[in-house]
Design a protein around this ligand. Structure first.
Ligand SMILES: *[C@@H]1O[C@H](CO)[C@@H](O)[C@H](O)[C@H]1NC(C)=O
Ligand SMILES: *[C@@H]1O[C@H](CO)[C@@H](O)[C@H](O)[C@H]1NC(C)=O
Ligand SMILES: *[C@@H]1O[C@H](CO)[C@@H](O)[C@H](O)[C@H]1NC(C)=O
Ligand SMILES: *[C@@H]1O[C@H](CO)[C@@H](O)[C@H](O)[C@H]1NC(C)=O
Length: 476
């Protein structure tokens, strides 16, 4: 028996999650800027690209085969009798970014469409920024004591949709090294996703298919959950639609990616699980200022305009375009002790709104803001229990991958972002109402049919030391 095992180990057959060869993989190119100095005018352009996550890709038997390993929300049990065999048998293929997934880039801009109909409808997508010039490694951002700026157009994101830009502490190689040779696809094919919800809908984790114990979702024809989940710290720089926006750190007790199993993966409960699922969110509406963010409000999410100065200054935007404005996030201190937000619109820097909730002060995230907010809203402080800002700061220093996505929410109809939530609490209780969307909005079947044309554009990303990406002026 042991002789057979040794022999088997020496045979040169493919041992893992393969690369499909039916469609060439060409990452859409996208530039961004690294800044130094002050005010956003000493920035150098980085030529990079984005890659779509492996979960969206065609997964078929053998490198050049045409038999699906996974169809709809179900694995083929004969090709995938167990996770290892499945990975050895199945290949992730290249992506037709615009035709199949509605993803396109131009200069420094990335546009992601919600519903794209080719042979089959595609719903939403998730991409990662690659390192400049690399086909095999994600860009990692070390953002302690740094500032991140981007422009976003959310005007075509109604209730129930979420255009998200965030950092996840994924492995830069997509989990190849951890897979002991089983993951042949790697970052080039968008593998290795993890986040603080410890998602169990990921099809491969470290080179093993999540096919064992897979349960097809009862309400999502494209998704299901396996026995494994994949956890890592997450910094949500931006989760938003045209109605509401939030920024939210989610620390975990484990640094980097870790694999979990079953219900121990993610528990809303404070004492269980690896990560802070709820996070410590700053949503201006939820924090009491209902006139700050939204259509026609202080930060006007319907307004399209050319970035101030972009026609005058070639430094600010070489591609003047219509968009909703700039979002600046400062990660102050090393270790990080405060996360601040500014908006730039119509030539004006707009400070984040102050909390008007009794017992909670400030317009930024600090450990004390989070503790006060959790108390005021009657939530348990899982943020502090899973490591608080110090925890996120460790991940930020190690480097995190930039994720951009557009999605709808089969678990909670995005009500936690833009409507009263949870549904069984009074909408007037502190912390329950997060935006003007109806409690009955956001059901995926509704948004997918009524808002198929929804889309988001992210552009003009700038990163560097505090003060390097914009002129803050007297804004606080
Ligand atoms: C969550 O954990 C606490 C102990 O910290 C326990 O009292 C409570 O029953 C748990 N709730 C759930 C829903 O498991
Ligand atoms: C927010 O609060 C700070 C400190 O109290 C104050 O200086 C600032 O003016 C307030 N901002 C707004 C927009 O009211
Ligand atoms: C969809 O199904 C999941 C289980 O996979 C469940 O957690 C969720 O609540 C359901 N969503 C809705 C809106 O019914
Ligand atoms: C609200 O729903 C949650 C989850 O379904 C449940 O744990 C909680 O006890 C409910 N609260 C009330 C006040 O009914």
């Amino acid at each position: 028996m042991s002789g057979l095992l040794v022999l088997a180990a020496l045979l040169p057959f493919a041992v893992g999650q393969l690369v499909g060869t039916n469609q060439a993989e060409n990452h859409p190119t996208m530039t961004w800027q690294k800044c130094t100095g002050t005010g956003g005018n000493s920035c150098t352009t980085q030529s990079a690209s984005v890659v779509i996550d492996a979960n969206w890709r065609w997964l078929h038997q053998g490198a050049s085969g045409f038999t699906n390993c996974y169809t709809g929300n179900t694995w083929d049990a004969s090709i995938c009798p167990d996770g290892k065999t499945c990975a050895a048998n199945c290949a992730l293929d290249g992506a037709d970014y615009s035709g199949t997934y509605g993803i396109s880039t131009s200069g420094n801009a990335l546009t992601m469409k919600f519903v794209t109909v080719s042979q089959q409808p595609n719903i939403g997508s998730r991409v990662y920024l690659m390192a400049p010039g690399s086909q095999t490694a994600y860009q990692t951002f070390q953002f302690a004591n740094q500032e991140f700026r981007f422009d976003v157009d959310v005007s075509q994101l109604p209730c129930g949709l979420n255009g998200a830009l965030y950092f996840s502490q994924m492995d830069a190689d997509g989990g190849v090294a951890k897979s002991n040779g089983a993951n042949k696809a790697g970052a080039k094919y968008g593998t290795g996703y993890c986040d603080a919800q410890c998602p169990r809908d990921i099809k491969f984790i470290n080179g093993v298919a999540n096919s064992a114990g897979w349960q097809a979702s009862p309400n999502d024809t494209n998704a299901g959950t396996g026995t494994m989940g994949t956890c890592c710290p997450e910094m949500d720089v931006w989760e938003a639609n045209s109605v509401s926006a939030a920024f939210t750190p989610h620390p975990c007790t484990t640094q980097g990616q870790s694999t979990c199993t079953g219900t121990s993966c993610s528990q809303p409960n404070s004492t269980q699980g690896t990560c802070d699922q709820a996070g410590c969110d700053f949503n201006s509406y939820r924090m009491g200022n209902t006139a700050f963010y939204g259509p026609g409000k202080t930060v006007n999410t319907q307004q399209k305009f050319t970035e101030p100065g972009s026609l005058l200054s070639p430094f600010l935007s070489p591609f003047p375009s219509n968009h909703g404005g700039s979002v600046v996030t400062q990660f102050i201190g090393n270790p990080i002790n405060q996360i601040k937000r500014f908006y730039v619109q119509n030539g004006k820097v707009i400070s984040n709104s102050n909390s008007t909730i009794s017992g909670v002060s400030g317009n930024s995230i600090t450990d004390s803001f989070c503790a006060a907010q959790k108390t005021a809203f009657g939530d348990s402080n899982t943020f502090s229990q899973k490591g608080g800002l110090a925890g996120i700061s460790k991940s930020a220093s190690a480097g995190m991958v930039l994720v951009m996505s557009i999605w709808d929410d089969h678990a909670a109809n995005m009500l936690w972002l833009d409507a009263p939530y949870p549904p069984n609490k009074s909408a007037s209780s502190p912390g329950v109402t997060r935006g003007t969307c109806s409690p009955s909005s956001g059901a995926p079947k509704d948004v997918e049919s009524n808002n198929a044309n929804a889309q988001v554009t992210y552009s003009n990303i700038k990163f560097g030391p505090i003060g390097s990406t914009f002129a803050q002026g007297s804004a606080q």
